[in-house]
Design a protein around this ligand. Structure first.
Ligand code: GAR
Length: 196
């Protein structure tokens, strides 16, 4: 059984979808939910599920990302994860950290990559006049939101969509996509797929 650590910064709805999917014949189980702020709402939702939680606050480290990541690594290693899932983890990770976990770290991003790396993806898709939008699960490499794509799911953008209404439709799609991508990845299948 693969051990999965999930990294969050916020409400953790993708973390919940991942955690709740790892039952029965699933090849993985959650071993840790780690947040970079004690205020992350997802921590309570992980604890309710009996998943160990940890906080590594980035703020005391200031601009010293390597020092923050050294502490992140120390706490993660104690949980002995085979796979890291970034689930709304809003810290940019350095090449040193990413290289250490490369091939074992996934991220979900709210756009159809390679379109709209970075932030404000929903607003950018609407402004561009795109017909479709969606979400992507990819392997994490040092290039921000640039690693190999594992899975995608898409939906139409409606004429009346705002960034908020679009985000509200993409999020449930994320909750279907990420568990499917993790199940395949943990089972050794890295072929790219599209959610039906
Ligand atoms: C999700 O929409 C996720 O795709 C996005 O943050 C949200 C987290 O929600 N991630 C990024 O924008 C990564 N740059 P959640 O905490 O409820 O899962």
């Amino acid at each position: 059984t693969k051990r999965v650590a999930i990294l969050i910064s916020g409400g953790g709805s993708n973390m919940v979808a991942l955690a709740d999917s790892m039952t029965g014949d699933h090849p993985a189980r959650p071993c840790l939910v780690l947040a970079n702020t004690a205020g992350a709402g997802g921590l309570a939702r992980a604890a309710e599920r009996g998943i160990p939680t940890a906080v590594v606050d980035h703020r005391p480290f200031g601009k010293d990302r390597p020092a923050f990541e050294a502490e992140l690594t120390r706490v993660l290693e104690e949980a002995r994860p085979d796979i890291l899932c970034l689930a709304g983890f809003m810290r940019v990770l350095t090449e040193g950290f990413v290289t250490r976990w490369q091939g074992r770290m996934l991220n979900i991003h709210p756009s159809l990559l390679p379109k709209y790396r970075g932030l404000h993806t929903h607003a950018r898709a609407i402004e561009a006049g795109d017909a479709e939008h969606g979400c992507t699960v990819h392997e994490v490499t040092p290039e921000l939101d640039g690693g190999p794509i594992l899975g995608q799911a898409s939906l139409p953008i409606l004429a009346e969509d705002t960034p908020e209404s679009l985000a509200a439709r993409v999020l449930p799609l994320e909750h279907r996509l990420y568990p499917e991508a993790l199940r395949r990845f943990a089972g050794g299948d890295r072929r790219r797929f599209t959610l039906a």
